[in-house]
Design a protein around this ligand. Structure first.
Ligand SMILES: [Zn+2]
Length: 231
């Protein structure tokens, strides 16, 4: 994950200054064909690139709407993928249009034309990693993650289709997403200790005899040979 931070301090949501105790994460996608972060995150920090329309979300009411999310995933000016944190994670966001604002961290994945599989795979992976990171930070599990359309079905979010209008086009769903977060959260198995097989050529009670044997062995070309003393 390429996690960066640009808090949208001019947004009315930030200024409202309310906090939450995060109980879950809501995944959104923007619903507009523009994969570039600079559309939403600004001003330019040297990586985002300049938004020539100055219509990013670091203003009171972006596009005249009361909206703000905790993060965006999309493209930097150079085309590489990044995640920007845009609100403190425990700030009350305006992303769900429902009760999930009081409980859920919400982030947007910038949509493109929805047909580019390599872009999709890159932002999907980034989103999984962001959720793993947030789950660890707030003691959550994959079961606490849902998308906007799932939130609507549960009655905690407005009637939007994201992200299930997009993920299935690339063979993914919120179930695969949760499974991938789950494996990201699983403790990694400890590496199995290396095994050695030793070749012993003799055991001597007199050290001089051992030295003599070692000399013979080394002379025969086994230069890694050594003496090990044991009780
Ligand atoms: Zn949404």
């Amino acid at each position: 994950m390429n996690l960066r931070k640009l808090i949208l301090t001019n947004n009315a949501c930030y200024k409202a200054g309310r906090t939450i105790t995060p109980k879950g994460i809501m995944v959104h996608s923007t619903g507009a064909n523009n994969p570039y972060l600079k559309r939403y995150v600004g001003p330019d920090d040297g990586l985002l690139g300049k938004n020539q329309y100055n219509n990013h979300w670091n203003q009171d009411k972006p596009d005249g709407r009361q909206v703000c999310v905790h993060g965006f995933i999309g493209k930097l000016a150079d085309g590489s993928i990044a995640t920007y944190q845009t609100l403190p994670w425990n700030h009350r966001g305006w992303h769900a249009g429902g009760a999930a604002n009081d409980t859920h961290i919400g982030f947007e994945i910038c949509e493109d034309g929805l047909t580019d599989t390599s872009y999709f795979n890159a932002v999907y992976k980034e989103a999984v990693e962001l959720c793993v990171y947030l789950c660890k930070q707030y003691g959550l599990t994959e079961k606490d993650i849902l998308c906007h359309s799932e939130g609507h079905k549960l009655g905690v979010a407005s009637n939007h289709g994201d992200v299930m209008h997009w993920f299935p086009k690339h063979g993914k769903s919120m179930d695969t997403f949760r499974a991938d977060v789950k494996s990201g959260l699983a403790p990694t198995a400890p590496a199995t200790p290396k095994k050695y097989y030793r070749v012993q050529l003799g055991a001597f009670s007199v050290k001089a005899n051992a030295d003599t044997m070692l000399k013979k062995v080394k002379a025969a070309g086994f230069t890694d040979a050594f003496i090990k003393y044991s009780d």
